[in-house]
Design a protein around this ligand. Structure first.
Ligand code: 4NP
Length: 156
């Protein structure tokens, strides 16, 4: 089965859409056959486009995420995806709480996949300054690249 990755944050308008975009880019570069999506544990931004600051940082780095729309994690995601990748510890704890008994997805933090950064969170940039989104982009890119490389090694 091809790997499939759902990136998860709180609102699905800042970190996880950026992680999804960075991961798609890297998967394309590696010619990795993989499905990617993102979702939030909260439901406030269902059907909303990504935060304008997230769209701006993505565009600055060559990726247009304006067509993405927010959605909430649902029980079926725990079987549909092979990997559920949380941005921070609260998201991960919420995923563990929401997991149905027949869940098969592997749960992790995004930065668990980066050597030397296991257990670290991608900080929530929503209430911070605009330059926080540059840090977010750097973190999700490092994480997405490490995860894509790991999935490629597993398939090789
Ligand atoms: P995200 O950021 O989880 O990275 O999408 C947030 C977006 C919205 C809210 C919090 C965090 N909010 O409270 O609405």
């Amino acid at each position: 089965m091809s790997p499939s990755v759902l990136f998860v944050c709180l609102g699905n308008i800042c970190r996880s859409p950026l992680a999804e975009a960075a991961f798609r880019e890297e998967a394309r570069r590696l010619k990795l056959d993989v499905v990617a999506d993102s979702a939030g544990t909260g439901g406030w931004h269902v059907d909303s486009p990504p935060d304008p600051r997230a769209q701006a940082v993505a565009l600055k780095n060559g990726v247009d995420i304006s067509a993405l729309r927010g959605r909430q994690v649902k029980p079926a995601d725990f079987r549909r995806f092979t990997h559920l990748v949380a941005m921070d510890h609260d998201n991960l704890a919420n995923l563990r709480r929401l997991a149905p008994p027949d869940a098969t997805a592997e749960l992790s933090l995004l930065l668990d996949h980066v050597e030397g950064r296991a257990g670290q969170a991608v900080a929530d940039p929503y209430f911070g300054e605009d330059d926080g989104f540059d840090v977010t982009w750097t973190d999700v890119t490092v994480g997405a690249r490490a995860l894509a490389a790991k999935l490629q090694r597993r398939r090789g």
